[in-house]
Design a protein around this ligand. Structure first.
Ligand code: ZN
Length: 194
């Protein structure tokens, strides 16, 4: 499961370099406001192209999910779990890999929340494709380790910001303020919020 963020990019690099497994990188584009999907989609496309140019070939797939057409709040943990399980079944994949970390602050700040996340992922997988398993190869890595693991030009292609801003040319830039920007050491951006 590939987002174009720091964590999933490091995870994909790990799989492409440390295994000879056939890889399917699946990106979920969640269309909602604010449009975080726009810089995420852009980063995802750029990172995947970089991997194909500099590492090895693999398959790319993508889901578009419009929150506006969906009643109620979307639970992104459940969405990723469901689509991960569906991908496993569609591609007959043995393993679903995500770049989640134990200290993820957004969805799993406590061991109990982390266990709940794993339970949701397991339940979808058991329902849709029980022969597969879910793995988290960078679960104990720190942000600094992840950043150092990526070559600088690849790191620059990744996107992590939760409150995207735009520069004077209309390009998305990391805000430098949100927890994700602070975790990856982005400079404080003094421009305009999107
Ligand atoms: Zn930010």
């Amino acid at each position: 499961m590939f987002s174009g963020g720091l964590d999933s990019t490091a995870t994909l690099k790990l799989i492409l370099t440390e295994t000879k497994n056939e890889v399917i990188a699946h990106h979920i584009s969640i269309r909602m406001w604010p449009p975080r999907w726009m810089p995420e989609d852009e980063s995802s496309d750029k990172c995947l192209a970089y991997f194909k140019d500099h590492y090895r070939q693999f398959t790319v797939s993508k889901s578009l999910f419009s929150v506006d057409e969906c009643p109620g709040r979307v639970n992104s943990v459940a969405l990723v779990a469901a689509l991960g399980a569906l991908c496993a079944r569609s591609f007959k994949a043995n393993v679903v890999v995500t770049g989640h970390k134990k200290d993820d602050t957004l969805f799993a700040s406590t061991p109990q929340e982390w266990q709940k996340r794993r339970d949701v992922e397991s339940s979808f997988l058991n329902l849709l494709f029980p022969s597969a398993c879910w793995t988290y190869p960078i679960i104990d890595w720190s942000k600094e380790q992840l950043k150092n693991y990526l070559e600088p030009e690849l790191f620059k292609l990744t996107w992590s910001c939760r409150r995207e801003w735009v520069d004077e040319k209309g390009h998305f830039v990391h805000c430098g303020r949100c927890f994700a920007c602070q975790a990856r050491g982005e400079p404080f951006y003094m421009g305009i919020p999107y």
